[in-house]
Design a binder for this molecule. Sequence first.
Ligand SMILES: Cc1cc2nc3c(=O)[nH]c(=O)nc-3n(C[C@H](O)[C@H](O)[C@H](O)COP(=O)(O)O)c2cc1C
Length: 182
Amino acid sequence: MASVREAVLARRSAPKVTDVAPDDAAIIELLRAAERVPDHAALRPWRVIALRGDARSRLGAALAEASGFTGEAASKLAAKPERAPLLLAIVASSTQHPKVPEWEQHTAAAGVAHLLSLLLDDAGWGVMWRTGPYTRDPLVEAAHGLGPNEHLLGWLYVGGLPAGARAARNSRPPAPRFSSLD
Ligand SMILES: Cc1cc2nc3c(=O)[nH]c(=O)nc-3n(C[C@H](O)[C@H](O)[C@H](O)COP(=O)(O)O)c2cc1C
């Protein structure tokens, strides 16, 4: 089993995935671990919605409607969710709290998404966090049945890794963005 450091250094997003996907039980198992993120006041301000099959087509239709595109441009946009057999919609689900503003709650939800993405990668799945200009369009959010204090942070596109997709990273990582104040 890889150490956390090894898993983080090895991870890479998978723009292309095959048609196999983890089932709900496998996702729930990984989510149980991802939900160990730091979470101010333990509000658990997130939820994850799995979209498979026709749910992806309905999302595609909502994206196309939100864009106002017609014809080929609309069809192209509508087909985007079909790029993976499973989309995990990441929802920031905040509540009013005297000490924890909305931005902190969204930060915790993003943490869950990052950890879930890392855990999926470590489990051998292809995963890529995607958004787009219509992610927070009311039509798109309504297609997920979101409540008034809920917003999408995007979707983890999940599927099988095509053969040869796990090539090692060969570029030197950029210098860490770090400074210190004495
Ligand atoms: C919130 C968020 C939204 C993203 N949306 C997109 C997207 O819509 N399209 C895209 O190509 N990459 C998107 N990315 C970046 C990819 O997930 C990925 O990090 C990038 O392709 C670099 O690959 P790497 O993760 O292997 O370094 C997004 C990342 C985050 C954190």
